[in-house]
Every structure is written in structure tokens, then in C-alpha cells.
Design a protein around this ligand. Structure first.
Ligand code: PEP
Ligand code: MN
Length: 348
């Protein structure tokens, strides 16, 4: 951190900054210049409150040199993090991973039927909300515990791993009993008590970018999980708010290479929530793979016109099959493969 003094700053004002830095427990190193003095703060451990320095007389600005996040950064860990699941799926390696399924679990028939066709088409992780964070309190809120039970049945029937959302801190343990990956939704990205609980429960976490969150805020939210001891974190770009009303959100594909340069954590894209429109999901899924995403999360429903949530953005299973064919070609051009498809489970 560098504290830049005004040209007019006096010696006592510079002294005061030096003393404050030392009071805070860090080393201060004044760097006198031709026009002004800057004071380096040495040993920033991420806990420095720059506001204490910004308010002092004679200070022009405080420049933060190191990142506010530590453990999520590439400086902390140079090699890519790879999250491994029970069924052999590895997220963050050279293979692309596909998570697909309906927005919400609605019935045994719906979830098991769609899981079977998704497994056949090459998805290895099944998504489906049991607890749904809906914008309106009157919308379908999910089947709750029953939804978790149905997801476990679908896993048994297909061998797919399960990703499903936890919406509040007290619900984390129950979700973790069934889920192979706990999803933290966009609306909850900065729910810090929820992040802390999810960081302690011992399961990988899929952290979705908040709809108005900067990339820095996303990485700081992930830092909460790592700070609790959970390194198995997957980030997800799912679109941010924009001024344009043609799509539900603006899928920020730039976030993919930006995150990859700043962090060792895997990042996937969700073109379903990112666009909100079925016809736009496939083009943006292709673009996300081309941009270097480690995988996709795609909403697929056996009968989207009857879906209890997000039907308008859910692909028909056949459309998902076509998408898979197309992204295989794109992945190949990037020298990337796909997580191997799961063999059909043995029926006893
Ligand atoms: C979801 O994945 O079902 C969901 C609610 O997504 P988001 O949190 O990105 O809105
Ligand atoms: Mn949804």
C-alpha cells in the first residue's frame, strides 16, 4: 500500500502518517520525491483499513498495491485448483465439465427422466433446486427436503453427481448431506454467515456471481470459503444487471479470462440465467467454452412449457444434445477434452 501525500503536505503531516502506520503494526517507509512524498506501508496482511490513512491531513490518495484477497489469488497458489467428485468428474483440469438439469426439482418422474437423458448425452453433474430463492414470495419455492431425496434417487439411477442450492446458514448441513456440490446462488453471494457455514461443511461449493457484483467482490466472497478451510470452490459467471432489456442479464464472458488470470479457482458459465431466453442459451454456451470456461451449467427440462420455474430459458433435451455436439468441436480446437461420460449404471 502506498500513501501519496499532497504537494503541500508538511513534515508534521508526513510524520503523522508514519506514526499511524506504525501504530497499526506495520512498517512505514517514506519515499521523498521531487514534487511530493509517498509513504510505503510494508507487510500488508489484508487487514489494513485504508480509511484510517485516507482521512489524515495532507494525504492525497492511498494506492492499494496488493490484492485484498489472498488465498484465492494466483500469487498464493500458482497451479490451477482441480475439484474432484466421487464419480470421477474433475472440475478445473483440462477437461470441460457439464452440469445440467431443471431449474427446480418438481417430481421423481421429472428429475429421474431428465437425469437419464442428460447422462446419456454426456453430462456428469445433475443440477436441480430443492430450495429455490425466488424473487417473488408467491413463486414456487421448491420441494425442500423432498427435493433432496429425489435428487439422491436420481444420483442412484444415473451415477451423476448432484449440485443443489443452500439458501440459508441453518440449511447448509441438510443440503450437504445430499449434495456433492453446494450451490450458493447469485442472491446470496454476499451472505457471509452462509458462506462461512458452507466453508466449514466439507463439501465443494459452487459460488455464483451476484447480479451486481464486481469480479473483485466475487473473489472476496470466495475468500470467505477458503478462509474457513474449504479450497474446493468453483466460481460461476451467470450474468450481471445491465441497462439493456433484451436479455434477463448480461453474461459477462470477460470475467472468465479475468478470473483465470487473478485466481487458481475453476470458473464455469451459466448461459441459462445469463440470458433468460432459450434461443440465446446455445450461442452463449458456445461462446463461454470458446472464452475458456472450465464448464457450463445449463437448465434443461423434459417439458419446459410445464416447468414450475425458468421454463423460458430451459432447453429441450434434444437441444441440449445438439449443444453438446457443438461444444465438443470448440473444445477440440482449444485442445481440451470433456470429462468422460458415465457408464449406464448396472441394474440389479
Ligand atoms: C439457479 O441456478 O437456479 C439460480 C437461482 O441461479 P442464480 O442464483 O444464478 O440466479
Ligand atoms: Mn433457474
Amino acid at each position: 500500500m502506498l500513501v501519496v501525500m499532497k504537494q503541500s503536505a508538511t513534515e508534521p503531516e508526513i510524520e503523522r502518517v508514519v506514526n499511524t502506520i506504525e501504530d497499526m503494526g506495520y512498517e512505514a517507509r517514506p519515499i521523498p520525491g521531487r514534487q511530493r512524498t509517498a509513504i510505503g506501508l510494508i507487510g500488508n496482511d489484508g487487514r489494513v483499513d485504508s480509511a484510517r490513512l485516507e482521512g489524515l491531513e495532507g494525504v492525497l490518495e492511498v494506492i492499494v498495491v496488493s490484492h485484498p484477497y489472498k488465498q484465492v489469488s494466483r500469487e498464493w497458489k500458482a497451479e490451477d485448483t482441480v475439484v474432484e467428485l466421487f464419480n470421477g468428474t474433475r472440475i478445473g483440469g483440462s477437461d470441460i465439465v457439464i452440469m445440467a438439469g431443471p431449474c427446480a426439482v418438481e417430481s421423481e418422474e421429472q428429475i429421474v427422466e431428465v437425469a437419464r437423458s442428460l447422462r446419456e448425452m454426456g453430462a456428469t453433474i445433475l443440477r436441480g433446486g430443492a430450495f429455490k430463492p425466488r424473487t417473488s414470495p408467491y413463486s414456487f419455492q421448491g420441494l425442500g427436503e423432498e427435493g433432496l431425496r429425489l435428487l439422491a434417487l436420481a444420483r442412484e439411477a444415473t451415477g451423476m453427481a448432484i449440485v443443489t442450492e443452500a439458501v440459508d446458514p441453518d440449511g447448509v448441513e441438510a443440503v450437504a448431506e445430499t449434495a456433492d456440490i453446494i450451490q450458493i446462488g447469485a442472491r446470496n453471494m454476499q451472505n457471509y454467515p452462509l458462506l462461512r457455514r458452507a466453508g466449514r461443511v466439507g463439501k465443494p461449493v459452487l459460488l455464483k456471481r451476484g447480479m451486481s457484483a464486481t469480479i473483485k467482490e466475487l473473489l472476496l466472497a470466495a475468500e470467505y470459503l477458503l478462509a474457513e478451510g474449504n479450497g474446493d470452490v468453483i466460481l460461476c459467471e451467470r450474468g450481471v444487471r445491465s441497462f439493456d432489456t433484451h436479455t434477463r442479464n448480461l453474461l459477462d464472458l470477460t470475467a472468465i479470462p479475468v478470473v483465470q488470470s487473478l485466481s487458481h479457482l475453476p470458473i464455469i458459465a451459466d448461459p441459462s440465467h445469463g440470458t433468460g431466453l432459450r434461443s440465446k442459451v446455445t450461442p452463449m454456451a458456445r461462446a463461454a467454452i470458446a472464452a475458456g470456461a472450465d464448464g457450463l451449467m445449463v437448465e434443461v427440462h423434459p417439458q419446459p412449457d410445464r416447468a414450475l420455474s425458468d421454463g423460458a430459458q430451459s432447453l429441450y433435451p434434444e437441444q441440449f444434445g445438439e449443444l453438446m455436439e457443438q461444444i465438443r468441436v470448440i473444445a477440440k480446437a482449444l485442445d481440451r477434452g470433456f470429462v468422460p461420460a458415465l457408464a449406464p449404471p448396472v441394474v440389479r
